[in-house]
Design a protein around this ligand. Structure first.
Ligand code: PLP
Length: 363
């Protein structure tokens, strides 16, 4: 988290703890902090203030948008890509299992890109209301989808478009007025804000029913006492990320390039998934390791040295198997994958340490 975000949140925990729904002074102070945050988030994505709703995370935003677009907007078909985050994939599958919608999953190429023609063909074959949910950037391999073109195609066929923008907000510009996007979701902890704080953008002409009912907070759209510190932390982090967006991005990209160069130069048969260059997210690098027991132990062994990386596999029913993303890009199962994420706070010296360790651990 940005230190400024921590400071601002601590102030709220200590002094501005009023319930924003209360009419006393303390409550009104909290309310004004929330509305100021909403204004700031709306301005950054070029939405109107009434189109921004604070939630507990992107998982909530994504579940809400899928669930309620079906109940409120007459959606009968959902089209997603095969590499959506589980909070889209599992929710869409649940809606299909309940026979509320028909689910269509678009395959991706070996770099994780959807095929726009496939999307268009699918849309042209459906004659009832469709919701397309295709993410901006993939969290495992960093592939960036052409969201502008996707939005245009959705518009052409009268489909609603939801973009899971978790990996992009705060790092790339989003102008919702100029994208044919009805819904967008984000999580604060992806841009140096707190965990457990997110938002949903819901376009004025695509109003959906709430997911949570109760005290009528968020203008009746998302009940539950507001997480004032989390909301202000989110807005502060987004403002700071937005101001530093270009320099942060060029910094993380240079870290990523340096890592690629070091690993490629090692002669260890190391490959990269997705677009290793600027066409992929600047902060994500998916590394495909040569088949060997040493590769299998890489995540654990790096952890021993205090280096935190993720793996490209998931534990399903006690069995380790390639993630759905690796399966979708047909990554060879005998190779192990680790994912590195770079932040504005990482340094070249750290890249050097990590690259050296990976090469050393491969033996
Ligand atoms: N979507 C994407 C692309 C993500 O990377 C993540 C989290 O990593 C999520 C959704 C879910 O975010 P959260 O866990 O904050 O709900």
């Amino acid at each position: 988290m940005y230190h400024e975000v921590i400071d601002v949140m601590q102030e709220i925990f200590k002094h501005d703890f009023g319930n924003p729904s209360s009419i006393h002074g303390l409550g009104r102070k909290s309310r004004s902090l929330i509305e100021k945050s909403r204004k700031s988030v709306a301005a950054i994505i070029n939405a109107s203030v009434g189109e921004v709703f604070f939630t507990s995370c992107a998982t909530e935003s994504n579940n809400w948008i899928l669930e309620s677009s079906v109940s409120s907007l007459g959606v009968k078909h959902i089209i997603i890509s095969a590499i959506e985050h589980h909070c889209i994939l599992h929710k869409a599958k649940q809606l299909a299992a309940e026979q509320k919608v028909e689910l269509h999953i678009l395959g991706v190429d070996m770099n994780g890109m959807i095929n726009l023609e496939d999307l268009e063909t699918k849309l042209s074959s459906l004659d009832s209301q469709v919701l397309v949910s295709i993410m901006f950037g993939n969290n495992e391999i960093g592939t960036i989808q052409p969201i502008e073109a996707i939005g245009d195609i959705c518009k052409k066929y009268g489909a609603f478009y939801h973009c899971d923008a978790v990996q992009g907000i705060g790092k790339y510009p989003f102008d919702v007025q100029n994208l044919n996007i009805h819904f967008l979701s984000a999580s604060a902890h992806k841009f140096h804000g707190p965990k457990g704080s997110g938002f949903a953008y819901i376009r004025n002409d695509a109003i959906i029913a709430p997911l949570l009912y109760g005290g009528s907070q968020e203008r009746n759209m998302r009940s539950g006492t507001e997480n004032t510190a989390g909301i202000v932390g989110l807005a502060t982090a987004l403002e700071k990320s937005y101001t530093a967006m270009l320099s942060n991005r060029s910094h993380t990209l240079s870290l990523k390039y340096a890592m690629i160069e070091r690993l490629e130069g090692s002669g260890k048969d190391i490959r990269f998934n997705g677009y290793a260059g600027e066409d992929g997210l600047s902060h994500i690098l998916s590394i495909s390791l040569p088949p060997s027991p040493k590769s299998e132990m890489m995540v654990m062994n790096l952890d021993i040295f205090g280096i935190a990386v993720s793996s490209g596999s998931a534990c399903t029913a006690g069995i380790e198997e390639d993630s759905h993303v690796m399966q979708a890009i047909q990554h060879p199962t005998e190779r192990k994958v680790i994912r590195l994420s770079f932040s504005a706070f990482n340094t070249m010296a750290e890249v050097d340490i990590v690259a050296t360790k990976i090469i050393e651990l491969l033996g």
